[in-house]
Design a binder for this molecule. Structure first.
Ligand SMILES: CC(C)(COP(=O)(O)OP(=O)(O)OC[C@H]1O[C@@H](n2cnc3c(N)ncnc32)[C@H](O)[C@@H]1OP(=O)(O)O)[C@@H](O)C(=O)NCCC(=O)NCCS
Length: 276
């Protein structure tokens, strides 16, 4: 893709280390003056392509937009960190980058791509709809400081009750991304010591940068209430200042989190599209 005599050439390509400074610069005020964008913290990993690829729109030799396509499983991809330089918005760059990332995912045999967008982010919601994605669900962000943790739940009695299984296609949060949850994930979390069980319920946890993520909470309401408190204790014991949850949930999940002292944050809408 290139420009014409009316302006600088536009190319969409994978990012290199030389793009770092420009990307960090145009992400400086993504969420308004004085706010922080997490892109700067992850950009080196993204440029290195550890679990995906960072694509950029290059305008006359300078990156003016970026998006990371992350490989979540052998068939799933996730689009993260779509950012367009405020000076170059409404020029079709997010649409072009999305198309590029979908093609990249397809060429790596990923058949489905998803993303999550805050319910109140109307530019991004408009752009994702234009790109042909459909809304398939939502998740709410919850957060709690580990200061003043709830009373330790009584000693975990490994109950004889079976653990819940994910329903087919059920999504869970892996940090700021989602993918399908499988019994293999539950086994892996259990073996790595990041699953807590109680009375037919299970909580799947994951250490994050400055917090512990609670990515799935399932089972009877009483078990969920216990597990939400236990998750905070796990974060406290891990030395994390915060416990965060990104959960699709019903009233019982919300009650469990509120009772454990979590504060409800933004609702994120989940969008999905076939890459073909
Ligand atoms: C959301 C964002 C990526 C859109 O990038 P963009 O390059 O300006 O979007 P495009 O030019 O490709 O727009 C594609 C379509 O999206 C919709 N859209 C984009 N910006 C919009 C706005 N401000 N208001 C309403 N609709 C908008 C329109 O339907 C648009 O098509 P149109 O221009 O033909 O009407 C950009 O505004 C941005 O970087 N925002 C801050 C970061 C962010 O919110 N990232 C995404 C969520 S993590």
């Amino acid at each position: 893709m290139s420009g014409n005599s009316l302006g600088p050439a536009r190319v969409i390509r994978l990012a290199t280390a030389e793009d770092r400074a420009a990307i960090v610069e145009f992400c400086r005020a993504t969420w308004g003056p004085g706010t922080e964008d997490y892109i700067e913290r992850v950009i080196d990993r993204w440029i290195a392509g550890v679990d995906g690829a960072l694509a950029v729109v290059d305008l006359g030799g300078r990156a003016v937009a970026c998006c990371y396509v992350r490989f979540m499983s052998p068939r799933e991809a996730f689009l993260a960190g779509m950012r367009v330089d405020p000076a170059h918005r409404r020029a079709g760059f997010s649409l072009a980058l999305t198309e590029y990332c979908l093609r990249h995912a397809a060429s790596h045999r990923r058949s489905v791509a998803r993303t999550i967008i805050g319910w109140n982010n109307s530019p991004a919601l408009g752009a994702i709809a234009r790109a042909g994605f459909n809304r398939v669900g939502s998740m709410t962000l919850w957060e709690r400081s580990t200061e003043d943790p709830p009373a330790p739940p009584d000693v975990a009695a490994e109950s004889a009750q079976p653990s819940p299984h994910p329903s087919p296609g059920e999504l869970w949060a892996v940090g700021w991304a989602v993918r399908e949850l499988t019994d293999e994930d539950i086994r892996e979390r259990t073996e790595s010591g990041w699953a807590v069980r109680r009375d037919g319920g299970v909580a799947l946890l994951r250490p994050g940068e400055d917090h512990v993520w609670l990515g799935w909470l399932a089972g009877p309401a009483a078990a969920r209430a216990w597990l939400a408190r236990a998750a905070v204790r796990v974060a406290t014991n891990a030395g994390s200042p915060r416990c965060r949850a990104l959960l699709a949930g019903d009233a019982a999940t919300a009650q469990a989190l509120e009772a454990a002292g979590f504060t409800r944050g933004l609702e994120y809408l989940i969008y999905e599209r076939s890459t073909r």
